[in-house]
Design a protein around this ligand. Sequence first.
Ligand SMILES: [Zn+2]
Length: 367
Amino acid sequence: MTERELKLVIEPAEYLRLASALPDYAGERWMANHYFDTSDRALRTRGAMLRIRETERGRTAGLKQAIVVLGGSFEAAEREEPIQDADWRRVARAGGDLGILDHSVIREAFALAGAAVLRYLGSVRVLRKAYRIATDSVLELDLACYEDGTQDCELELETERPECVRPFVEELLERRGVSVREQTRTKYQRFLDRPESEPLELCESLAGEVVTVGDGVLVQRTPLGGPRVVATRAFAPGDAILELEGSPVEGDLPPRRGTHFLQVGATRFLDLRRTIGRHVGHSCAPNAGIRGERTLVAMQGILPEQEVRRDYAMTEYDLDRVCCCGTAACRGRIGGYRVLSSNLRAAYGPWVADHLRGSAAPEPEAP
Ligand SMILES: [Zn+2]
């Protein structure tokens, strides 16, 4: 069947405002898109895309062809069929080899690619919020989280007539003071355009799979929540959990950088990729802090099997991220120490990096 969608780009800074201002909120869900192609991108060369989409309800294989993008309007011929859990586990055990499945959509992708192997390229996790703006129209607000820790936002509306609906949607947004641009690339293209990506093995995307075991902690991969660091023994307040290590990077990194950078000085960073420390998640109600510049320390008692999370504002001076930590204390946006309130600065006390001590008073967060 042919799918037509209107897609508009939202600035991450406007995402939160829009998420709460749009009418008729109808719920949200996490999805993970796992992408496959040959190593020389045979499907992409033919204007096609094979995606396994994972949600809490299960997985589907989707093949899009004849993708046409024009003025924020996306059109593609799409076929989508479910994949059984047992089949997906077989694929993961086979190192991501889709060729072992007898599945009509996947067979079609192989035929189209003219290849014997379709390789797993990586995944994008998407938080999708839905708004039922009319009886038969659902506006979707997507926050896409890439493997390099960067994010972007877009609005989608499935419609037979994107060009007719667009003025209506734009007016809806303008009334809320949000300006939009037309999207020019699919999520898959945006995924491919990220040279910093660090693809994880497909087997790591299975729920609860243990990826790396360290001393007192391990990295667990959850399909919809991404990797997380979990304690394997108890830590008392003040106990060192982990030395954060990485290769030094010097310079002014933009606030919208990936989360694999750890700030250790005004213009000094560590690139944490390929270390356990890279997977320590953010929380607005953290149980771990920083001693010195890069020692991860328990702020409170941490029990085995509890996730270890720090507040990125404990090390990063200027950051611009939408937060999905899900805690009651969530600030909605991680702006870095620069905008961290005096109350939180006082509450974190000794648990912030040395280079942030003596920083200027908190600046008001941009509206
Ligand atoms: Zn939060």
